[in-house]
Design a protein around this ligand. Structure first.
Ligand SMILES: Nc1nc2c(ncn2[C@@H]2O[C@H](COP(=O)(O)OP(=O)(O)OP(=O)(O)O)[C@@H](O)[C@H]2O)c(=O)[nH]1
Ligand SMILES: [Mg+2]
Length: 446
Protein backbone atom coordinates (compact mmCIF):
# COMPACT_ATOMS: atom_id res chain seq x y z
CA UNK A 1 0.00 0.00 0.00
CA UNK A 2 2.77 2.45 0.89
CA UNK A 3 5.33 1.97 -1.86
CA UNK A 4 8.03 4.62 -2.19
CA UNK A 5 10.08 3.13 -5.02
CA UNK A 6 8.26 4.90 -7.84
CA UNK A 7 8.16 8.60 -8.75
CA UNK A 8 5.01 10.58 -8.04
CA UNK A 9 3.77 13.83 -9.54
CA UNK A 10 1.00 16.31 -8.69
CA UNK A 11 0.04 19.96 -8.84
CA UNK A 12 1.04 21.33 -5.43
CA UNK A 13 -0.76 24.69 -5.61
CA UNK A 14 -4.53 25.15 -5.13
CA UNK A 15 -6.97 24.63 -8.01
CA UNK A 16 -7.75 27.76 -10.00
CA UNK A 17 -5.69 30.45 -11.65
CA UNK A 18 -2.77 32.37 -10.17
CA UNK A 19 0.51 34.00 -11.02
CA UNK A 20 2.43 30.82 -10.34
CA UNK A 21 1.47 27.16 -10.18
CA UNK A 22 3.80 24.43 -8.97
CA UNK A 23 4.12 20.85 -10.19
CA UNK A 24 6.03 18.64 -7.78
CA UNK A 25 7.86 15.43 -8.64
CA UNK A 26 9.26 13.11 -5.95
CA UNK A 27 11.03 9.78 -6.22
CA UNK A 28 14.10 8.14 -7.73
CA UNK A 29 13.31 9.32 -11.29
CA UNK A 30 12.29 12.88 -10.39
CA UNK A 31 15.44 14.36 -11.90
CA UNK A 32 15.60 12.16 -15.05
CA UNK A 33 11.91 12.87 -15.75
CA UNK A 34 12.44 16.63 -15.28
CA UNK A 35 15.42 16.40 -17.65
CA UNK A 36 13.24 14.70 -20.24
CA UNK A 37 10.57 17.41 -19.95
CA UNK A 38 13.06 20.28 -20.19
CA UNK A 39 15.74 18.88 -22.53
CA UNK A 40 18.46 19.54 -19.98
CA UNK A 41 21.21 17.03 -19.16
CA UNK A 42 21.04 17.68 -15.38
CA UNK A 43 20.11 20.20 -12.68
CA UNK A 44 22.29 21.91 -10.13
CA UNK A 45 20.94 21.15 -6.61
CA UNK A 46 18.82 23.91 -5.05
CA UNK A 47 19.32 26.31 -7.92
CA UNK A 48 16.50 28.11 -9.69
CA UNK A 49 16.88 27.32 -13.39
CA UNK A 50 14.80 28.84 -16.17
CA UNK A 51 13.56 26.04 -18.42
CA UNK A 52 11.08 25.39 -21.19
CA UNK A 53 8.79 22.48 -20.32
CA UNK A 54 7.64 20.40 -23.29
CA UNK A 55 5.61 17.29 -23.86
CA UNK A 56 6.54 14.85 -26.64
CA UNK A 57 4.28 16.86 -28.95
CA UNK A 58 5.03 20.52 -28.17
CA UNK A 59 6.31 23.18 -25.78
CA UNK A 60 3.98 23.83 -22.82
CA UNK A 61 5.35 26.75 -20.78
CA UNK A 62 8.43 28.45 -19.44
CA UNK A 63 9.08 27.51 -15.81
CA UNK A 64 11.58 27.68 -12.99
CA UNK A 65 12.92 24.26 -12.06
CA UNK A 66 14.42 23.58 -8.63
CA UNK A 67 16.06 20.26 -7.83
CA UNK A 68 16.30 19.07 -4.20
CA UNK A 69 18.41 15.90 -4.05
CA UNK A 70 17.67 13.28 -1.37
CA UNK A 71 17.73 13.32 1.58
CA UNK A 72 17.47 17.10 1.96
CA UNK A 73 14.03 17.58 0.48
CA UNK A 74 10.45 17.74 1.73
CA UNK A 75 9.88 14.02 1.17
CA UNK A 76 13.46 12.88 1.83
CA UNK A 77 13.61 11.68 -1.79
CA UNK A 78 14.85 13.40 -4.93
CA UNK A 79 12.35 16.21 -5.57
CA UNK A 80 11.96 18.56 -8.53
CA UNK A 81 9.59 21.51 -8.37
CA UNK A 82 8.50 23.17 -11.58
CA UNK A 83 7.04 26.65 -11.04
CA UNK A 84 5.07 27.45 -14.16
CA UNK A 85 2.34 29.99 -14.90
CA UNK A 86 -0.67 29.31 -12.70
CA UNK A 87 -3.09 28.08 -15.31
CA UNK A 88 -4.86 24.75 -14.68
CA UNK A 89 -4.50 23.88 -18.38
CA UNK A 90 -0.74 24.45 -18.34
CA UNK A 91 -0.20 22.63 -15.04
CA UNK A 92 -2.30 19.65 -16.10
CA UNK A 93 -0.34 19.43 -19.36
CA UNK A 94 2.93 19.34 -17.39
CA UNK A 95 1.57 16.61 -15.10
CA UNK A 96 0.41 14.61 -18.16
CA UNK A 97 3.87 14.98 -19.75
CA UNK A 98 5.50 13.77 -16.50
CA UNK A 99 3.17 10.77 -16.40
CA UNK A 100 4.02 10.01 -20.05
CA UNK A 101 7.69 10.16 -19.01
CA UNK A 102 7.16 7.53 -16.29
CA UNK A 103 5.79 9.31 -13.19
CA UNK A 104 2.64 8.20 -11.36
CA UNK A 105 -0.14 10.56 -10.21
CA UNK A 106 0.26 11.11 -6.45
CA UNK A 107 -2.47 10.09 -4.01
CA UNK A 108 -3.82 12.63 -1.49
CA UNK A 109 -1.16 13.38 1.13
CA UNK A 110 1.39 11.12 -0.52
CA UNK A 111 4.24 13.68 -0.47
CA UNK A 112 3.80 14.15 3.29
CA UNK A 113 3.34 10.39 3.77
CA UNK A 114 6.71 9.84 2.08
CA UNK A 115 8.28 12.50 4.31
CA UNK A 116 7.00 10.45 7.26
CA UNK A 117 8.09 7.09 5.83
CA UNK A 118 11.58 8.50 5.25
CA UNK A 119 11.60 9.80 8.87
CA UNK A 120 11.83 13.46 7.77
CA UNK A 121 8.91 14.16 10.12
CA UNK A 122 6.96 12.14 12.67
CA UNK A 123 3.26 11.42 12.56
CA UNK A 124 2.34 14.39 14.77
CA UNK A 125 4.15 16.70 12.35
CA UNK A 126 2.48 15.09 9.33
CA UNK A 127 -0.91 15.71 10.90
CA UNK A 128 0.17 19.27 11.68
CA UNK A 129 0.82 19.87 7.97
CA UNK A 130 -2.83 19.02 7.21
CA UNK A 131 -4.02 21.18 10.11
CA UNK A 132 -1.86 24.12 9.07
CA UNK A 133 -3.24 23.95 5.53
CA UNK A 134 -6.82 23.71 6.86
CA UNK A 135 -6.47 26.49 9.47
CA UNK A 136 -9.03 29.28 9.15
CA UNK A 137 -7.88 31.54 12.00
CA UNK A 138 -4.36 32.74 12.88
CA UNK A 139 -4.57 30.94 16.24
CA UNK A 140 -5.42 27.63 14.56
CA UNK A 141 -2.44 28.15 12.30
CA UNK A 142 -0.20 28.85 15.28
CA UNK A 143 -1.33 25.73 17.14
CA UNK A 144 -0.68 23.65 14.02
CA UNK A 145 2.70 25.28 13.44
CA UNK A 146 3.69 24.51 17.04
CA UNK A 147 2.99 20.82 16.40
CA UNK A 148 4.94 21.03 13.17
CA UNK A 149 7.89 22.42 15.10
CA UNK A 150 7.70 19.32 17.27
CA UNK A 151 6.38 20.84 20.53
CA UNK A 152 4.20 17.85 21.42
CA UNK A 153 6.82 15.40 20.20
CA UNK A 154 9.49 16.86 22.48
CA UNK A 155 7.17 16.82 25.49
CA UNK A 156 6.35 13.19 24.77
CA UNK A 157 10.03 12.40 24.40
CA UNK A 158 10.78 13.90 27.82
CA UNK A 159 7.99 11.87 29.44
CA UNK A 160 9.15 8.76 27.61
CA UNK A 161 12.70 9.26 28.89
CA UNK A 162 11.35 9.57 32.45
CA UNK A 163 9.41 6.32 31.99
CA UNK A 164 12.52 4.57 30.73
CA UNK A 165 14.43 5.64 33.84
CA UNK A 166 11.85 3.89 35.97
CA UNK A 167 11.61 0.85 33.72
CA UNK A 168 15.36 0.12 33.53
CA UNK A 169 15.97 -0.70 37.26
CA UNK A 170 12.69 -2.61 37.42
CA UNK A 171 13.75 -4.81 34.50
CA UNK A 172 17.15 -5.26 36.13
CA UNK A 173 15.65 -6.39 39.41
CA UNK A 174 13.55 -8.92 37.48
CA UNK A 175 16.62 -10.22 35.63
CA UNK A 176 18.81 -10.56 38.72
CA UNK A 177 16.48 -11.42 41.59
CA UNK A 178 19.27 -13.24 43.47
CA UNK A 179 21.38 -10.06 43.57
CA UNK A 180 18.83 -8.68 45.97
CA UNK A 181 18.40 -5.76 43.61
CA UNK A 182 14.79 -5.69 44.56
CA UNK A 183 12.42 -2.93 43.60
CA UNK A 184 14.70 -0.51 45.34
CA UNK A 185 12.62 2.52 46.09
CA UNK A 186 8.90 2.01 45.56
CA UNK A 187 8.11 5.34 47.20
CA UNK A 188 10.46 7.23 44.93
CA UNK A 189 9.04 5.41 41.90
CA UNK A 190 5.51 6.28 42.97
CA UNK A 191 6.54 9.94 43.32
CA UNK A 192 8.15 10.11 39.89
CA UNK A 193 5.06 8.49 38.38
CA UNK A 194 2.88 11.00 40.22
CA UNK A 195 4.81 13.88 38.61
CA UNK A 196 4.47 12.27 35.18
CA UNK A 197 0.77 11.83 35.77
CA UNK A 198 0.42 15.51 36.65
CA UNK A 199 2.11 16.70 33.46
CA UNK A 200 -0.03 14.34 31.36
CA UNK A 201 -3.14 15.64 33.09
CA UNK A 202 -2.09 19.22 32.37
CA UNK A 203 -1.68 18.34 28.70
CA UNK A 204 -5.13 16.75 28.64
CA UNK A 205 -6.76 19.67 30.46
CA UNK A 206 -5.50 21.92 27.67
CA UNK A 207 -6.96 19.61 25.07
CA UNK A 208 -10.50 20.91 25.56
CA UNK A 209 -9.30 24.37 24.63
CA UNK A 210 -7.49 22.82 21.70
CA UNK A 211 -10.64 21.16 20.43
CA UNK A 212 -12.58 24.43 20.56
CA UNK A 213 -9.79 26.28 18.74
CA UNK A 214 -9.90 23.61 16.09
CA UNK A 215 -13.61 23.02 15.72
CA UNK A 216 -15.02 26.37 16.77
CA UNK A 217 -17.95 27.40 18.90
CA UNK A 218 -21.57 28.18 18.04
CA UNK A 219 -23.22 31.14 19.77
CA UNK A 220 -26.90 31.99 19.24
CA UNK A 221 -28.15 35.53 19.82
CA UNK A 222 -31.51 35.33 21.59
CA UNK A 223 -33.87 37.92 23.05
CA UNK A 224 -37.31 39.37 22.66
CA UNK A 225 -38.16 41.39 19.51
CA UNK A 226 -36.50 44.74 18.79
CA UNK A 227 -33.83 44.57 21.51
CA UNK A 228 -31.06 44.92 18.91
CA UNK A 229 -30.09 41.30 18.16
CA UNK A 230 -29.61 41.78 14.43
CA UNK A 231 -27.70 45.04 15.00
CA UNK A 232 -25.34 43.16 17.31
CA UNK A 233 -25.05 40.30 14.82
CA UNK A 234 -24.06 42.76 12.09
CA UNK A 235 -21.49 44.35 14.42
CA UNK A 236 -19.88 41.00 15.20
CA UNK A 237 -20.01 39.96 11.55
CA UNK A 238 -18.48 43.27 10.50
CA UNK A 239 -21.10 43.65 7.77
CA UNK A 240 -24.76 44.57 7.40
CA UNK A 241 -25.84 40.95 6.95
CA UNK A 242 -29.18 41.04 8.78
CA UNK A 243 -32.04 43.44 8.14
CA UNK A 244 -32.44 45.93 10.98
CA UNK A 245 -35.67 47.94 11.43
CA UNK A 246 -37.57 49.41 14.33
CA UNK A 247 -40.45 47.02 13.61
CA UNK A 248 -40.54 44.25 16.24
CA UNK A 249 -40.43 40.85 14.54
CA UNK A 250 -38.09 41.85 11.69
CA UNK A 251 -35.93 38.72 11.73
CA UNK A 252 -37.62 35.42 10.91
CA UNK A 253 -35.05 33.05 9.42
CA UNK A 254 -31.89 32.00 11.20
CA UNK A 255 -28.80 33.80 9.87
CA UNK A 256 -25.30 32.48 10.52
CA UNK A 257 -21.90 34.03 10.10
CA UNK A 258 -18.41 32.74 10.90
CA UNK A 259 -16.36 35.26 12.84
CA UNK A 260 -12.91 35.18 14.40
CA UNK A 261 -13.14 35.84 18.16
CA UNK A 262 -9.65 35.98 19.63
CA UNK A 263 -8.43 33.44 17.08
CA UNK A 264 -11.27 30.99 17.74
CA UNK A 265 -13.75 30.45 14.90
CA UNK A 266 -17.20 31.33 16.21
CA UNK A 267 -20.41 30.66 14.32
CA UNK A 268 -22.80 33.43 15.36
CA UNK A 269 -26.51 32.79 14.79
CA UNK A 270 -29.08 35.61 14.61
CA UNK A 271 -32.58 34.50 15.55
CA UNK A 272 -36.15 35.80 15.53
CA UNK A 273 -37.25 37.85 18.55
CA UNK A 274 -38.94 35.63 21.13
CA UNK A 275 -42.36 36.64 22.43
CA UNK A 276 -45.49 34.89 23.67
CA UNK A 277 -47.81 36.17 20.98
CA UNK A 278 -46.46 35.98 17.45
CA UNK A 279 -47.82 38.37 14.82
CA UNK A 280 -48.36 35.71 12.13
CA UNK A 281 -47.57 32.14 11.11
CA UNK A 282 -44.19 33.16 9.65
CA UNK A 283 -43.08 34.77 12.88
CA UNK A 284 -44.37 31.77 14.81
CA UNK A 285 -42.17 29.46 12.74
CA UNK A 286 -39.25 31.87 13.20
CA UNK A 287 -39.72 31.79 16.98
CA UNK A 288 -39.79 28.01 17.01
CA UNK A 289 -36.52 27.93 15.02
CA UNK A 290 -35.03 30.54 17.35
CA UNK A 291 -35.86 28.34 20.34
CA UNK A 292 -34.17 25.32 18.74
CA UNK A 293 -31.09 27.34 17.74
CA UNK A 294 -30.82 28.73 21.26
CA UNK A 295 -30.83 25.23 22.74
CA UNK A 296 -28.46 23.71 20.18
CA UNK A 297 -25.79 26.42 20.42
CA UNK A 298 -22.73 26.04 22.66
CA UNK A 299 -23.34 29.51 24.09
CA UNK A 300 -26.45 31.70 24.29
CA UNK A 301 -25.97 35.45 23.87
CA UNK A 302 -29.04 36.81 25.65
CA UNK A 303 -29.77 40.38 24.59
CA UNK A 304 -31.79 42.56 27.00
CA UNK A 305 -32.66 46.14 26.01
CA UNK A 306 -31.19 48.36 28.73
CA UNK A 307 -33.12 51.38 27.48
CA UNK A 308 -36.47 49.75 28.28
CA UNK A 309 -37.88 48.12 31.40
CA UNK A 310 -37.45 44.35 31.59
CA UNK A 311 -40.53 42.40 30.52
CA UNK A 312 -41.93 38.94 31.27
CA UNK A 313 -40.46 37.73 27.97
CA UNK A 314 -37.02 38.89 29.15
CA UNK A 315 -37.47 37.15 32.48
CA UNK A 316 -38.54 33.85 30.94
CA UNK A 317 -35.46 33.97 28.66
CA UNK A 318 -33.26 34.64 31.70
CA UNK A 319 -34.73 31.50 33.30
CA UNK A 320 -34.46 29.48 30.13
CA UNK A 321 -30.74 30.22 29.61
CA UNK A 322 -29.73 29.94 33.28
CA UNK A 323 -27.47 27.03 34.06
CA UNK A 324 -25.88 26.81 30.64
CA UNK A 325 -23.02 28.76 29.04
CA UNK A 326 -24.39 32.22 28.33
CA UNK A 327 -23.40 35.84 28.00
CA UNK A 328 -25.93 38.55 28.88
CA UNK A 329 -25.81 41.74 26.84
CA UNK A 330 -27.42 44.97 28.07
CA UNK A 331 -28.04 46.47 24.63
CA UNK A 332 -28.43 50.06 23.44
CA UNK A 333 -26.02 51.28 26.13
CA UNK A 334 -25.74 54.61 24.29
CA UNK A 335 -29.31 55.40 25.48
CA UNK A 336 -30.44 56.33 28.99
CA UNK A 337 -30.62 53.16 31.14
CA UNK A 338 -33.88 51.84 32.56
CA UNK A 339 -32.19 49.21 34.73
CA UNK A 340 -28.79 48.41 36.23
CA UNK A 341 -26.74 46.04 34.07
CA UNK A 342 -24.41 45.14 36.96
CA UNK A 343 -27.40 43.61 38.80
CA UNK A 344 -27.53 40.64 36.41
CA UNK A 345 -23.89 40.62 35.29
CA UNK A 346 -24.87 41.96 31.89
CA UNK A 347 -22.31 43.60 29.60
CA UNK A 348 -23.40 47.07 28.44
CA UNK A 349 -23.05 47.07 24.65
CA UNK A 350 -23.96 49.58 21.99
CA UNK A 351 -24.09 48.45 18.38
CA UNK A 352 -24.21 52.11 17.44
CA UNK A 353 -20.99 53.25 19.13
CA UNK A 354 -19.24 49.85 19.50
CA UNK A 355 -19.05 50.29 23.29
CA UNK A 356 -18.60 46.94 25.03
CA UNK A 357 -17.95 44.87 21.88
CA UNK A 358 -14.43 44.04 23.11
CA UNK A 359 -15.79 42.98 26.53
CA UNK A 360 -18.39 40.85 24.77
CA UNK A 361 -15.71 39.07 22.73
CA UNK A 362 -13.69 38.33 25.88
CA UNK A 363 -16.86 37.09 27.63
CA UNK A 364 -17.60 34.77 24.70
CA UNK A 365 -14.16 33.19 24.99
CA UNK A 366 -14.66 32.83 28.73
CA UNK A 367 -18.14 31.29 28.39
CA UNK A 368 -16.80 28.86 25.81
CA UNK A 369 -14.11 27.74 28.25
CA UNK A 370 -11.38 29.20 26.05
CA UNK A 371 -9.38 31.78 27.93
CA UNK A 372 -7.08 34.05 26.02
CA UNK A 373 -4.40 31.63 24.85
CA UNK A 374 -1.26 31.21 26.91
CA UNK A 375 2.10 30.72 25.25
CA UNK A 376 1.75 26.96 25.36
CA UNK A 377 -0.29 25.74 22.43
CA UNK A 378 -2.83 23.06 23.36
CA UNK A 379 -3.20 19.71 21.61
CA UNK A 380 -6.10 19.96 19.22
CA UNK A 381 -6.04 16.50 17.70
CA UNK A 382 -8.58 13.92 18.91
CA UNK A 383 -6.32 10.99 18.05
CA UNK A 384 -3.63 12.43 20.30
CA UNK A 385 -6.10 13.09 23.10
CA UNK A 386 -7.44 9.53 23.05
CA UNK A 387 -3.95 7.99 23.13
CA UNK A 388 -2.70 10.38 25.83
CA UNK A 389 -5.70 9.46 27.93
CA UNK A 390 -4.84 5.76 27.62
CA UNK A 391 -1.24 6.51 28.58
CA UNK A 392 -2.51 8.49 31.58
CA UNK A 393 -4.69 5.59 32.74
CA UNK A 394 -1.75 3.15 32.45
CA UNK A 395 0.58 5.43 34.41
CA UNK A 396 -2.10 5.95 37.06
CA UNK A 397 -2.36 2.17 37.47
CA UNK A 398 1.44 1.86 37.69
CA UNK A 399 1.62 4.64 40.28
CA UNK A 400 -1.02 2.89 42.41
CA UNK A 401 0.85 -0.42 42.05
CA UNK A 402 4.16 1.20 43.09
CA UNK A 403 2.49 2.83 46.10
CA UNK A 404 1.13 -0.58 47.10
CA UNK A 405 4.61 -2.13 46.61
CA UNK A 406 3.20 -4.53 44.00
CA UNK A 407 5.53 -6.90 42.11
CA UNK A 408 7.72 -5.46 39.34
CA UNK A 409 5.89 -7.39 36.58
CA UNK A 410 2.65 -5.58 37.32
CA UNK A 411 4.20 -2.13 37.08
CA UNK A 412 6.22 -2.98 34.02
CA UNK A 413 3.16 -4.08 32.04
CA UNK A 414 1.50 -0.69 32.58
CA UNK A 415 4.65 1.32 31.99
CA UNK A 416 5.30 -0.46 28.69
CA UNK A 417 1.71 0.16 27.70
CA UNK A 418 2.13 3.91 28.35
CA UNK A 419 5.28 3.99 26.21
CA UNK A 420 3.41 2.12 23.48
CA UNK A 421 0.75 4.85 23.41
CA UNK A 422 3.40 7.57 23.12
CA UNK A 423 4.93 5.64 20.21
CA UNK A 424 1.54 5.41 18.52
CA UNK A 425 1.11 9.18 18.72
CA UNK A 426 4.42 9.98 17.07
CA UNK A 427 4.10 7.05 14.67
CA UNK A 428 7.14 5.18 15.94
CA UNK A 429 4.94 2.09 15.69
CA UNK A 430 2.96 2.78 12.54
CA UNK A 431 -0.20 0.92 11.69
CA UNK A 432 -1.33 0.96 8.06
CA UNK A 433 -4.94 1.67 9.00
CA UNK A 434 -4.00 4.71 11.10
CA UNK A 435 -1.78 6.07 8.33
CA UNK A 436 -4.52 5.58 5.75
CA UNK A 437 -7.06 7.54 7.83
CA UNK A 438 -4.59 10.36 8.52
CA UNK A 439 -3.32 10.84 4.99
CA UNK A 440 -6.75 10.54 3.37
CA UNK A 441 -7.59 13.93 4.88
CA UNK A 442 -4.97 15.65 2.74
CA UNK A 443 -5.59 16.99 -0.71
CA UNK A 444 -3.53 15.86 -3.67
CA UNK A 445 -0.15 17.51 -4.06
CA UNK A 446 0.51 17.86 -0.30
N1 LIG B 1 -29.61 53.62 20.05
C1 LIG B 1 -29.44 52.36 19.69
N2 LIG B 1 -30.36 51.74 18.92
C2 LIG B 1 -30.17 50.44 18.57
C3 LIG B 1 -29.03 49.74 18.99
N3 LIG B 1 -29.13 48.47 18.52
C4 LIG B 1 -30.27 48.41 17.81
N4 LIG B 1 -30.93 49.61 17.84
C5 LIG B 1 -32.19 49.92 17.20
O1 LIG B 1 -33.19 49.03 17.69
C6 LIG B 1 -34.10 48.66 16.67
C7 LIG B 1 -34.18 47.14 16.56
O2 LIG B 1 -32.91 46.65 16.13
P1 LIG B 1 -32.76 45.20 15.54
O3 LIG B 1 -31.29 44.93 15.48
O4 LIG B 1 -33.52 45.02 14.30
O5 LIG B 1 -33.40 44.34 16.71
P2 LIG B 1 -33.75 42.79 16.73
O6 LIG B 1 -33.59 42.34 18.12
O7 LIG B 1 -32.98 42.06 15.71
O8 LIG B 1 -35.29 42.76 16.37
P3 LIG B 1 -36.17 41.58 15.77
O9 LIG B 1 -35.46 40.98 14.61
O10 LIG B 1 -37.44 42.25 15.39
O11 LIG B 1 -36.35 40.62 16.88
C8 LIG B 1 -33.60 49.34 15.40
O12 LIG B 1 -34.35 50.54 15.22
C9 LIG B 1 -32.15 49.64 15.72
O13 LIG B 1 -31.67 50.76 15.01
C10 LIG B 1 -28.07 50.43 19.80
O14 LIG B 1 -27.04 49.89 20.22
N5 LIG B 1 -28.33 51.71 20.12
MG1 LIG C 1 -33.53 40.92 14.13
Amino acid sequence: MFSTDDTIVAIATPPGRGGIGIVRLSGPSASPIACMLTGRPSFEPRHATLVTVSSAASAIDQAIATYFPAPNSYTGEDVVELSAHGSPVVLEAIVAAAVAAGARLANPGEFTLRAYLHARIDLVQAEAVAELIDAVTPLQARVAFDQLEGTLTSRLRAMDAALLEIIAPLEASLDFPEEGYHFVAPTETAETLGRLLASLEALLADAKRGRLIREGVTAAIVGRPNVGKSSLFNRLAGAARAIVTDVPGTTRDLLTERVDVGGVPFTIVDTAGRRQLAGDAIEEEGISRARQAGTAADIAILVLDRSAALTDDDRSLLDETAGRPRVIVASKSDLAPEWDAAGCEAIPVSSLTDEGIGDLRAALLHAGGIEVPRDRAPIANLRHVALLDQARAAIARAAAAAAAKAPEELLLADLHEARGRFDEITGARPQDEVLRVIFERFCIGK
